[in-house]
Ligand binder design. Sequence first.
Ligand SMILES: [Fe+2]
Length: 194
Amino acid sequence: MAVVRIPEENRRIEDSEAIRAFLAGLSIRYERWAPSYPLTRESTQEEILRAYADEIEALKRDGGYMTADVIDIKPETPNLNVMLARFSKEHWHDEDEVRFIIEGHGLFHIHPREDSLGEGHAGPVVAIEVEAGDLIRVPRGTWHWFDLCGDRRIRAIRLFQDPAGWTPLYTESGAEQGYLPVCMGLQFIPLANP
Ligand SMILES: [Fe+2]
């Protein structure tokens, strides 16, 4: 289950209903899904999409998403650091970022702003650690960045309105440098500063 932290307030939320309600206040959708039949680590993309077909169809109708796929990132993925560096700097997309986690972990940081989320939404940076069973939908235009956790592993269903809209657009604010990518669900060993 996800863990939400608000570092500036030294606050942590671990109850799934409290997480859902808190993130809804930032226009971020959070749900827990269970597969319609058991999956294993060897399950194919097709089996995964079939196991969550009802949930995917409901989300597609609700958000206008046209396609769904499964991304599979492992420690041995070629050019992993280059790929991760694209998303670990603050950015936004002209497309919602919709992820349902099948395996592994990920850490989103959300930087709420009035002009991206509407009046009343500005506030401190929020860290959302996701794991298997977590659905997160970050609306288009939301400033955010993403890191893997210590397992350097994530397998996730993605939904797209138009995959071309998912290019990261950078704020160049450097805001991400003020937040350690700390994952609570795994032992985290910070890298020493050179
Ligand atoms: Fe993103």
